[in-house]
Structure formats: structure tokens, C-alpha cells
Design a protein around this ligand. Structure first.
Ligand code: UT7
Length: 330
């Protein structure tokens, strides 16, 4: 019998109802539907009005509990990964547990920007593999609209709100999380960050006037790193596990830009039919992109399918996970 692996046994996603189209953005900043679509692949994104990030998470987690017939009491650990927590502290994970009636778990947030979901899956899987925890939820969510300057055309066209949650459980059938590769490099902070609101520059009238509570991104620099690092780590994990592009069933890439995804797939020699892409509907939801992909593709995934998830984000952070899907469509 093989040793315990952590397997994803359910997934659920949620996006808010309100949609912000490229056409509407073109009335707000100097841009066009054509520029956004050809340079990013995005047609529209969902925007959460009035409520906080935990609202997205609560919908995703409650839906997940319902569809997997899991009682909130059975959950023993919950990780939330987000860069837009409800508050600086406490952790949004604690708030989610409270709102979902999860009372027998410990919970905390992981912050690794766009790599947060795969970092969190790897973290959760270690608790399951060690035998200490049996039902773990990882929720990746962001309300990016809360940190976006809607007068800055370089960033406001890219991001959206949404996310999803997965349930991880022990499995001995040889399916589940097989391997992971991660790295980070703090030198990347110069190219992608939010200047104020932390201990370096607490909120003040000056920081607000200088618009320092918004995402700052040097798009071109980030683009180049994203292609190289996602492709390198995905190729490395395939080599380490002796999988060829023919063996692989699905590439599950972070959704930052269709051109990044296509360049990564090309370097990996993966045909586009095997690449999950839904950026056109949601934009870049940061920690939410990969769970939203798994949610939308759940009905196409079969037990034993080989998936490589890969991501790159602020930090810089990057990495890949190789997993075998654990269940057939229900
Ligand atoms: O998820 C975490 C990591 N984030 C990423 O991976 C994002 C990586 N970066 C990107 O996706 C792309 O760099 C962007 C989508 C952000 C920008 O696309 P780009 O092709 O790199 O454009 P650029 O910044 O080189 O700008 C090209 C031109 C510039 O005009 P000039 O200087 O050539 O006259 C920009 O001012 O496009 C202009 N531009 C726009 N024009 C219309 C920039 N944003 C817009 C816009 N609408 N929204």
C-alpha cells in the first residue's frame, strides 16, 4: 500500500454578480476593448461591491461543504491565502471559520501573492501526509478591486475579484499531491508591491494623497520573470517525475495574462487543448485563479489525470505542483 498522500476531494468557486466589462473600463481610462483583449486576453472581470474578501470565501467554503457532504465540525485545519485580507489582523482564515461555523479547526493566512494557492496546497498537504490532520480546506480568494486605482490604465484592466476553495483528505490509492517545487526572491518586491498600509508606511493623509494604497506593477519586468519562472519550474517538476508533455493531461497555470500562459505552454510543448484558461471571464483574481480553474474544469477531470499547477507572483514567488486528480466527475 502506498504512503498517505493529500488528495483534493472537492472544489467550489464563487465570483460576485457585478461585472466590469472592457467597454465600461474604456469610459473610465484611456484604453479600449481591443487593447485589453489582445494584450491580456481579458474580456470582463467580476467586482465585489461593499463587502469584504471573506464574503467570497464564505460562499466558496459553504458550497464546498455542501457538495462534499462535509459538516463544518469535521474540518480540522483551514488556510486562507489572500493579499486582500478583510483586516491587517486577525487572519481572514479565522473570520471565515467563524462565519462558516468551523469550530474544531485551527486556521491562518498565507501570503504569497499569486503563488499563494499552490504554496498553501503544499503546506496543507504536509499536515495530511504526516497523519495529524484529516480534512483540510484551502481557500484562495481576493478582492483585488479594493487595492486597484481605477484611474491607472496599466493595472485597472487586469484584475478582478473572486476565488475558490478545495477540500484535501488523506488518500492511499496513489493519487493526490505527488510533488512540489517552490522558490521566492525578495528582490522582486521592487517591481510589484503596494507602497503604504504596512509598518513601513502606515496610512496617512500623505500616503492617500500619493495613491500609495494601490497595486504598483512594472508590467514588462514582471511579464518576463513570470514566463521564465513558471515554465522553468513546470519543466523541472515534469522532469523530476518522468512525465512528458504527452503524459500530462492538464496544465493549470495562474491566470495573469493569456500571452504569459501561451508562452509557458509553448516552452513546455503542451498543446492549448490541455491548458486551462478562463482569464477572459475573470481577469487576474490573484489567489483565486487556480481554484476557479479547478472548479470550472471539475466535470472534465477524471481519477488519475495528471495535472501540473504553476504560478508566479509578487515577492517574487513562484513554483509548481504535480498532482494526480482523485475522483471522476459526479
Ligand atoms: O499575477 C502576478 C503577476 N502579474 C503579471 O504577471 C502581469 C505581467 N504583465 C503583463 O501582463 C503586461 O506587462 C501588462 C498587461 C501589464 C502590460 O502589457 P504590455 O504589453 O507589457 O504593455 P506595456 O506596459 O509595454 O505598454 C505598451 C503600451 C504603452 O504605450 P507606449 O509607451 O508604447 O506609447 C502603454 O502606455 O501600451 C500602453 N498601455 C495601454 N494602452 C491602452 C498600457 N496599458 C494600457 C491600457 N490601454 N490599459
Amino acid at each position: 500500500m502506498s504512503k498517505i498522500k493529500a488528495a483534493i476531494t472537492g472544489v467550489h468557486g464563487w465570483v460576485p454578480e457585478d461585472i466590469l466589462t472592457n467597454k465600461e473600463l474604456a469610459t473610465m481610462v484611456d484604453t479600449s476593448d481591443e487593447w485589453i483583449l489582445t494584450r491580456t486576453g481579458i474580456k470582463e472581470r467580476h467586482i465585489l461591491k461593499d463587502k469584504a474578501t471573506s464574503e467570497i470565501a464564505v460562499h466558496a467554503v459553504n458550497g464546498l461543504l455542501e457538495k462534499t457532504n462535509t459538516s463544518p465540525d469535521e474540518i480540522d485545519f483551514l488556510i486562507c491565502t489572500t493579499i486582500t485580507p478583510d483586516m491587517v489582523f486577525p487572519a481572514t482564515a479565522n473570520i471565515i471559520c467563524d462565519k462558516c461555523g468551523i469550530k474544531n479547526a485551527f486556521s491562518y493566512d498565507i501570503e504569497a501573492a499569486c503563488s499563494g494557492f499552490i504554496y498553501s496546497i503544499a503546506t496543507a498537504s504536509k499536515f495530511i501526509e504526516s497523519g495529524t490532520h484529516k480534512k483540510v480546506i484551502v481557500v484562495g480568494v481576493d478582492k483585488m478591486s479594493s487595492i486597484i486605482d481605477y484611474t491607472d490604465r496599466q493595472t485597472c484592466v487586469i484584475f478582478g475579484d473572486g476565488g475558490g476553495a478545495v477540500l484535501l483528505e488523506p488518500n492511499k490509492d496513489g493519487v493526490g499531491i505527488i510533488d512540489s517545487i517552490f522558490q521566492s526572491d525578495g528582490l522582486g518586491a521592487a517591481h510589484l508591491h503596494m507602497k503604504a498600509g504596512g509598518s513601513l508606511k502606515p496610512a496617512s493623509h500623505e500616503t492617500i494623497d500619493a495613491k500609495e494604497h494601490f497595486v504598483y506593477q512594472e508590467g514588462k519586468v514582471v511579464f518576463k520573470f513570470a514566463v521564465t519562472k513558471m515554465a522553468d519550474s513546470a519543466i523541472e517538476i515534469m522532469g523530476k517525475n518522468n512525465i512528458t508533455s504527452e503524459d500530462m493531461d492538464w496544465l493549470v497555470p495562474h491566470q495573469a495574462n493569456t500571452r504569459i500562459i501561451e508562452a509557458v505552454a509553448k516552452r513546455m510543448n503542451i498543446p492549448k487543448e490541455k491548458v486551462m484558461i478562463n482569464i477572459e471571464k475573470y481577469g487576474n483574481t490573484t489567489c483565486g485563479t487556480i481554484p476557479l480553474l479547478l472548479w470550472e474544469w471539475e466535470n472534465k477531470l477524471k481519477k488519475g489525470d495528471r495535472l501540473v499547477m504553476t504560478a508566479f507572483g509578487g515577492g517574487f514567488t513562484w513554483g509548481s505542483i504535480y498532482l494526480k486528480w482523485a475522483y471522476d466527475p459526479k
